[in-house]
Design a protein around this ligand. Structure first.
Ligand SMILES: CC(=O)SCCNC(=O)CCNC(=O)[C@H](O)C(C)(C)COP(=O)(O)OP(=O)(O)OC[C@H]1O[C@@H](n2cnc3c(N)ncnc32)[C@H](O)[C@@H]1OP(=O)(O)O
Length: 178
């Protein structure tokens, strides 16, 4: 990895926080007539990717997307806002938290939350190898809570990966072929 972590100065959460807005049309629907979850997931990935690129100051790739939650159906004519921010940073990875809000495009009613997700992005160099990212500096109490919660998710992701790897190695050592 390109290692300059100690040289990188911290960046506040607000420096890369981004909102992506889009009006849903007939081409975004599923067979039920509501907006396809994959359309929302693309917007989530786009917004999170912009945030990760801004925070890390260069290219960043999606390593994982987890806990994508759809709370309410989104409809044609909804103006969807995808709000994303860096919750936590590691050496080369960043957890980006995303909230998805929707409001009718031509009404002044408040937007309601319709989904959320957590994505991990890895900053990469020109060869696609992980490179160091500046530490995120949480500013508000909400940012600090999100940072702490992201650390819990990180611990669980690593533990889950390690446990599954160990199980597979154990089964392979026992000669079990699946
Ligand atoms: C924006 C887009 O559309 S990108 C297109 C979709 N995404 C891609 O094509 C990415 C394909 N994947 C890759 O290129 C590689 O697997 C990478 C760059 C994500 C990781 O490369 P690796 O060689 O595994 O590097 P490494 O193991 O050092 O991981 C780098 C960091 O990512 C984290 N990471 C890697 N995989 C995962 C994962 N599945 N979940 C969570 N974090 C992960 C690591 O914990 C590490 O974090 P740290 O440096 O902060 O400790």
């Amino acid at each position: 990895m390109t290692d300059q972590a100690s040289e990188l100065r911290g960046k506040p959460t607000s420096a890369s926080r981004t909102t992506l807005s889009h009006i849903m049309t007939g081409s975004d629907t599923n067979l039920l007539g509501t907006v396809h979850g994959g359309v929302i997931m693309k917007l989530v990935d786009d917004a999170a990717g912009a945030v990760a690129g801004r925070h890390s100051g260069g290219p960043a790739v999606t390593a994982s997307m987890d806990e994508m939650v759809f709370l309410e159906p989104v409809r044609v004519g909804d103006l969807v806002h995808v709000k994303a921010q860096v919750n936590w940073t590691g050496r080369s990875s960043m957890e980006v938290g995303v909230r998805v809000l929707a409001e009718r495009w031509n009404e002044s009613t408040p937007a309601t939350q319709v989904g959320s997700a957590y994505l991990v992005f890895a900053a990469v160099d020109a060869d696609g190898k992980p490179r160091s990212v500046p530490p995120v500096v949480p500013e508000t109490e909400r940012d600090k809570r999100r940072y702490q919660e992201a650390q819990i998710r990180r611990t669980h992701r690593l533990a889950r990966r390690r446990a599954i790897k160990e199980l597979r190695e154990k089964r392979a050592a026992e000669g079990i072929d699946d």
